[in-house]
Design a protein around this ligand. Structure first.
Ligand code: UDP
Length: 338
């Protein structure tokens, strides 16, 4: 089976490519390198023992995409390619809508025209906004996300539901909670551009001295220690869920399938707990200061991921400490490359 993985050199994409290769799939990556680097391709090969086919182009280039579909018999797609910086999406909403949605539609057109099914979409728990209840299951009502980034995820889901219904296709919408960590080999991980926005890359860069101190955005939330709570899911666990979701889609006998799964651990951790866990796992200090709340942040979000366990036989296995240990190993690897 041959799977097109868009954004396959990115953070979650590269880990998923490794899992696909290790499970016997052929992989074709399309990635425009806007948020990734070529050495990741070499490292995928080192980890998986196989080199995926790679095309560096922007998925808005329809004619190049069609050539890939002409050249290979593609059985499915996992679509990671997207801009993902929440703050930037507020400044450049049109860039986000254009990049994230046009590229999605271009692939779906190829699927429609060539009679291909099995499409997996990277969605996000941001589609729930500040949910009225925790933990969040898949039936929790969606709220319009604050950011344009979040809206592209919600719109992407709607596009895929219509696509599956109208053209009798199988799709899986995977709603990630907060992905963290790196591959145990320390050869794959997140490559934040500039000053990280996300918590764990910022913590990591603070521990290594690149940043002076972590700003904790608010300690007056209605949570046990006052800092905001999220569900941090280890990226390799997350990658494995994609293979399970794909295998389930492929085994489905119905023509039309719309699967939706929350991918999280089911456990909420506060910002302070993440800092403490990082310090404990790596025996390093993370200096921090408490600051005002960050605009647009919600108080708490953690998953009920029972549906994924029931239907995919998947569940998160890696502890927060262990995930944060791999993050530190990756940081050391990055520094050794300089
Ligand atoms: N956070 C923080 N300092 C930072 C980055 C993030 O205190 O430098 C907090 C943020 O306010 C949120 C949590 O860490 O409560 C997770 O933030 P992240 O941006 O990683 O994910 P998201 O907000 O999308 O859940």
């Amino acid at each position: 089976m041959t799977i097109l993985v868009t954004g396959g050199l990115g953070y979650i994409g590269s880990h998923t490519v490794v899992e696909l290769l290790q499970n016997g799939f052929q992989v074709i990556i399309v990635d425009d390198m806007s948020n990734s680097e070529k050495f990741i391709l070499d490292n995928i090969e080192k980890v998986a023992g196989k080199r995926p086919v790679f095309f560096p182009f922007d998925l808005r280039r329809k004619e190049l995409l069609a050539q890939v579909f002409d050249a290979y018999e593609i059985d499915g797609c996992i679509n990671f390619a997207a801009f993902k910086a929440v703050g930037e999406s507020q400044e450049k909403p049109l860039d986000y809508y254009e990049n994230n949605l046009f590229s999605l539609i271009n692939i779906l057109q190829e699927f429609k025209n060539r009679n291909i099914s099995n499409f997996i979409f990277s969605s996000s728990c941001t589609v729930y906004g500040q949910a009225d209840q925790q933990p969040i299951d898949e039936d929790t009502p969606l709220k319009t996300p604050e950011s344009s980034y979040g809206k592209t995820k919600q719109m992407g889901e709607e596009i895929l539901k219509d696509f599956a219904t109208a053209y009798k296709k199988k799709v899986s919408l995977l709603r990630y909670f907060n992905p963290i960590g790196s591959h145990p080999s320390a050869l794959l991980g997140e490559l934040p551009i500039g000053i990280p926005n996300n918590l764990v890359p910022y913590v990591t860069q603070t521990a290594s001295g690149i940043r002076e101190q972590l700003s904790i955005w608010g300690n007056d939330y209605d949570t046990p220690d006052g800092t905001a709570v999220r569900d941090y899911i280890y990226v390799v666990d997350l990658a494995k869920a994609h293979v399970k979701a794909l295998q389930k889609l492929m085994a489905e006998t119905s023509e039309t399938v719309i699967d939706i799964y929350n991918l999280g651990t089911g456990k909420g951790s506060s910002v302070l707990e993440v800092v403490e866990s990082f310090e404990r796992a790596n025996d390093v200090k993370v200096p921090y200061k408490i600051c005002d709340r960050r605009d647009g942040d919600i108080t708490v979000a953690y998953a009920n991921a029972d549906k994924a366990e029931r239907e995919l036989g998947w569940k998160a296995e890696t502890s927060l400490d262990e995930a944060l240990r791999t993050t530190w190993e990756w940081q050391k690897y990055l520094e050794s490359r300089k």
